[in-house]
Design a protein around this ligand. Structure first.
Ligand SMILES: CC(C)(COP(=O)(O)OP(=O)(O)OC[C@H]1O[C@@H](n2cnc3c(N)ncnc32)[C@H](O)[C@@H]1OP(=O)(O)O)[C@@H](O)C(=O)NCCC(=O)NCCS
Length: 166
């Protein structure tokens, strides 16, 4: 059994969200969510994605052992997506909620259940890095609530860097 995260963020209630790996069958949902304006608004790559590119990306992602793609579910319904790009002991994290589930306080719990999943499945990962557009205040708050700390109060090349250490 994986250790429960003890750092700040552990006060977030996570019991309502479970995680499962993304499969090819999730492709249409991922395509719809990723292209939703609310998800693209503050994305580092905000352009809409065409179906063919999306299918190629998903297939390559599922074959890439360095990439972890997870769907968070609540009451058997999807609430959001986590992506970790693992490089040895660190991983770059990306998160979005299913657009209809935004504004319900689910972002921080989704990030925190991701910590528990990584402790169980990728124990070599000791640090998570997040890159946030400064205007994305909801994201800044959610990452801070989940226990991430700003590397600097100043954006570097227009991006805020946040880090979580296990
Ligand atoms: C970022 C995201 C995960 C946050 O989801 P969420 O949990 O629904 O977040 P909420 O809308 O509840 O907002 C979180 C907090 O930010 C606050 N907030 C939201 N928009 C805000 C704004 N424009 N300015 C200031 N505060 C804001 C909320 O009031 C809330 O505060 P509280 O925790 O004190 O109640 C979700 O909006 C999302 O998926 N966005 C698209 C993808 C994305 O931006 N991912 C992050 C990339 S780094």
């Amino acid at each position: 059994m994986g250790r429960i995260p003890e750092a700040s963020g552990s006060a977030v209630t996570t019991s309502v969200i479970s995680l499962r790996p993304v499969t090819l069958d999730d492709g249409a949902h991922l395509f719809e969510w990723r292209n939703h304006p609310a998800v693209r608004q503050f994305a580092l790559q905000p352009d809409a994605i065409d179906w063919e590119s999306h299918c190629q990306w998903l297939k390559a992602s599922l074959e890439n052992p360095q990439r972890v793609l997870l769907i968070g579910e609540r009451d058997d319904e999807p609430v959001g997506v986590l992506r970790y790009d693992v490089a040895e002991t660190e991983a770059l994290v990306s998160v979005y909620l299913v657009p209809q589930r935004m504004g319900q306080g689910l972002g921080a719990p989704l990030l925190v259940v991701g910590h528990a999943w990584l402790l169980s499945h990728r124990p070599a990962v000791r640090q998570l890095n997040a890159q946030i557009v400064p205007e994305n205040m909801a994201s800044v708050k959610v990452f801070e609530k989940a226990g991430y700390q700003a590397v600097s109060s100043q954006a570097q090349q227009g991006i805020l860097q946040y880090v979580y250490r296990f």
